[in-house]
Design a protein around this ligand. Structure first.
Ligand SMILES: Nc1ncnc2c1ncn2[C@@H]1O[C@H](COP(=O)(O)OP(=O)(O)OP(=O)(O)O)[C@@H](O)[C@H]1O
Length: 299
């Protein structure tokens, strides 16, 4: 279990991460989403003890990462696949890691195979690896100590469609066997396919978190009219609150029926009316991160 409590990181006056709290439970994949600069990497670095928080705490199975005696055996981390020793072969890099973790180096070839790096790739120097191969090697590094928890920052970066599909299966299987996965990604369709829970962050603050299905179902109604101001007035008159807007559409915290009725009562012609979640995670993400509204969905 990963527990993040009131985590804050300030760089001067700027809060990169602002009072962030969430938990990742065993048996689940948590998708960590947010636009560029939202604070995902900083949060993950704080969980892994690489960036000291200004305030708040993060623990792994109740213990701060830096207090874990042999962290690689408890938690597999992939934060920056390019930060690997370029002069070593894949096999050498993983063998060094195995020795550091106290893992039998005999496990290295099988771990490399597991991530799709066969004997030929294992013998090549990391500097000759493509980004996708580096990601695979980084994942092998994370899996080597047979941890029960994975923290992966953009692991699908550089992977081809087949690689992305493969990784989805690997993470799902890891969680289905009782593992805990925290995964950041810009590939929303991938996150939608694999995650059980979502934590959405914008401007350093959590804008939504909860079960994926609940978030998609509880996203409210998206409504659009040619006369946007008349629509706003109609919604206000009916006492319905607009929680955000995206591309000219309004997100309303109410059932589609109530929204349609409010528009009809005011004689406003609609051009679109649908549950916001029906547009999938991409629509939900754009809607949530386009506003400053804070929304929490019960787990
Ligand atoms: N060492 C640092 N010094 C100053 N500001 C920093 C530092 N590290 C991160 N930041 C700032 O903190 C904010 C959050 O950055 P972070 O890298 O965590 O975002 P992110 O959500 O991972 O973004 P991306 O999706 O682009 O990777 C940004 O405004 C960034 O400029």
């Amino acid at each position: 279990m990963i527990t993040v409590e009131n985590l804050t990181k300030r760089y001067g006056p700027h809060a990169a991460v602002d009072d962030v709290s969430f938990r990742c439970e065993p048996g689940t994949v948590t998708g960590f989403l947010g636009p560029n600069g939202a604070g995902k990497s900083t949060t993950m670095r704080m969980i892994c003890g690489l960036t000291p928080p200004t305030s708040g705490s993060a623990t792994v199975d109740g213990v701060a990462y830096r207090q874990l005696p042999n962290p690689g055996r408890r938690i597999g981390v992939l934060l920056d696949a390019s930060a690997q020793h370029a002069g070593r072969t894949g096999r050498e890099a993983l063998t060094v890691a195995a020795r550091t973790m106290g893992v039998d180096p005999q496990r290295v070839p099988a771990t490399l195979e597991r991530v799709g790096l066969g004997p030929t790739a294992a013998k090549r120097r990391v500097r000759a690896y493509s980004l996708g191969m580096r990601q695979r090697l980084g994942l092998a590094h994370a899996l080597l100590g047979d941890p029960r928890i994975l923290i992966l920052d953009e692991p699908a970066n550089g992977l081809d469609p087949e690689g992305i599909f493969w990784m989805r299966g690997l993470l799902r299987d890891f969680a289905d066997r009782g593992g805990t996965v925290l995964l950041s990604s810009h590939l929303l369709r991938e996150v939608e396919a694999v995650a059980d829970r979502l934590v959405v962050i914008g401007g350093g603050r959590i804008v939504a978190q909860g079960g994926k299905d609940e978030l998609l179902a509880g996203a409210g109604t998206l409504v659009r009219a040619r006369d946007a101001q008349a629509l706003r007035d109609a919604l206000a008159a009916a006492g319905l609150s607009v929680t955000g807007s995206t591309d000219g559409g309004l997100l309303v915290r109410a059932e589609a029926g109530a929204v349609g009725q409010a528009a009809a009562d005011a004689g406003v012609a609609l051009t679109e009316l649908r549950p916001a979640g029906s547009g999938g995670l991409e629509q939900l993400f754009l809607t949530l991160t386009a506003t400053e509204s804070k929304q929490e969905v019960a787990a």
